[in-house]
Design a protein around this ligand. Structure first.
Ligand code: FAD
Length: 426
């Protein structure tokens, strides 16, 4: 037990999954537990709106950072800005390096409940030629560099947008989770559509400049075949080029991209989404699969270490690596911890267990967005694709609401938002 003998809940990672779990656990258990969040960053980065900021020609940095400490301290939750170095599930201890200033010494913290919400590392270093010739939208620095390239250097030549191959683990895989060849292909679809709008607006080209590519049989296969064929029809009629089954990116050169299956695409601009790989220190842990993703059951609980939970991109069953899936898992984790702390009954906590759905609002440029709600990838029957100005407004409104509420979107409100997206024709 901690210094005041309360059970200690330790949450590693304070972005979408971690912040929401911290806030919902506090709400559900009150002051029954000591809650600590560790993250190397002092702010939440609102990743899904990076493409929107770039293609509307804004530096994304000022708009997409939510400082963690003011939000967490109001909840009486401790925040430590530190780099997690090691987890010892047998001793229930985490080793970390305080990150505020260089030169700090390693420290340790023990826990009764652990949540691993550390996301993944984006493995750009595995793509030969990326550092010299690639661009991306995955973080503020890279995205703003891309925006500056578009504004000052891009000459209007061919563009290729797509993903490197994703490597998923098999050990402990839930039987309803398919094996994916790309980690998350909403962003390349969104980037292609928005970029086409940007090219026209800036008189640098049209959708015909752009080739969308995928290592898989079908781009964004997690959206389901019906939605993808609708999207491909629309993209084809706009003039986009499309290449599939490319297996992986072999190398990027000044003039284009070479693929593992022997094909290549000529491109002046190469917009790349890399492999999402687990952090090195997770590999080899008994809570992880052979790649380093955290194994869990439908309660988001590790079967061998039931006091360890996971959510978001770090979880083995988050396929695709989509924030909205992590969002739903976070409610589950919070309720399970509340159950273990006897703040919720089993009936209350177990009403919703992991049952993935793909929910995605993607920018299309020109103040329009697409909305996808589908679970056919996991054997369900929901398959909804909509497009229009109101979905753009909803994407933007979600971010404003998220910041205003400090990452604590009530479950009923999330459900209402999805219902609205599904049912209303705008
Ligand atoms: C361009 C782009 C657009 C996207 N658009 C959408 C979208 O429209 N909708 C959607 O649902 N999803 C979208 N996604 C996916 C979404 O961003 C991720 O699924 C989501 O961020 C995962 O949340 P997370 O909390 O699990 O992990 P992350 O957001 O990766 O957060 C992990 C946290 O852990 C911290 N951390 C990592 N390692 C350590 C360590 N060793 N020590 C301390 N702290 C550490 C990090 O600093 C970070 O704060 C998009 C992704 C990209 C790249």
């Amino acid at each position: 037990m901690g210094y005041d003998s309360k059970p200690r809940v330790l949450i590693l990672g304070g972005n979408f999954a971690g912040l929401q779990i911290a806030r919902h656990v506090r709400e559900l258990v009150g002051e029954k537990a000591e809650i600590t969040v560790i993250d190397r960053r002092s702010y939440l980065l609102f990743v899904p709106n990076i493409p929107m900021e770039i293609f509307e020609d804004r530096d994304p940095t000022p708009n997409l950072q939510l400082p963690l400490s003011p939000v967490l301290s109001k909840d009486n939750t401790r925040f430590i800005q530190a780099e997690v170095k090691e987890i010892d599930p047998n001793k229930k201890v985490v080793t970390f390096l305080p990150f505020e200033r260089p030169g700090s010494t390693i420290d340790k913290i023990s826990y009764d409940f652990l949540v691993v919400a550390l996301g993944n590392r984006l493995a750009f270093e595995n793509i030969e030629g990326y550092k010299d010739y690639g661009h991306t939208l995955t973080d503020l620095y890279q995205a703003d560099k891309f925006r500056r390239y578009l504004e000052y250097d891009y000459k209007g030549g061919p563009v290729a947008v797509g993903s490197a191959r994703f490597h998923q683990g098999e050990r402990g895989r839930l039987d309803f989770i398919p094996i994916a060849l790309a980690a998350c292909e909403g962003p390349p679809v969104e980037a292609s559509l928005s970029l086409a709008y940007w090219l026209e607006k800036n008189h640098k080209g049209t959708a015909k400049n752009i080739t969308i590519f995928t290592p898989a049989k079908m781009i964004a296969e997690d959206a389901g075949e019906a939605i993808v064929s609708q999207l491909l029809n629309i993209a084809g009629s706009m003039g986009f080029n499309y290449k599939n089954n490319l297996e992986d990116i072999k190398r990027i050169t000044k003039d284009g991209i070479e693929f593992a299956n022997g094909e290549s695409i000529e491109a002046e601009l190469k917009v790349i989404f890399p492999d999402w790989v687990p952090h090195d220190f997770l590999k080899g842990l008994p809570i992880c699969d052979e790649k380093g993703f955290v194994i869990h059951n439908v309660e988001m609980r590790n079967p061998d270490f039931p006091e360890i939970f996971t959510a978001g991109d770090a979880a083995a069953g988050t396929v695709p690596k989509l924030g909205s899936i992590g969002h739903l898992q976070s409610y589950i984790v919070a309720r399970q911890i509340a159950k273990d702390l006897k703040s919720l009954s089993s009936e209350e906590a177990d009403t919703e267990l992991y049952n993935p759905q793909v929910i995605c609002y993607g920018d299309m440029g020109g103040g329009k967005a697409f909305y996808i709600h589908s679970n056919t990838y996991y054997g369900g029957k929901t398959s909804i694709l909509k497009m229009g100005k109101s979905y753009y407004d909803m994407k933007l409104a979600f971010k404003h609401q998220y910041f205003a509420m400090g990452g604590k979107i009530p479950h009923w409100q999330w459900t209402m938002g999805t219902l609205l997206g599904d049912k209303v024709s705008f």
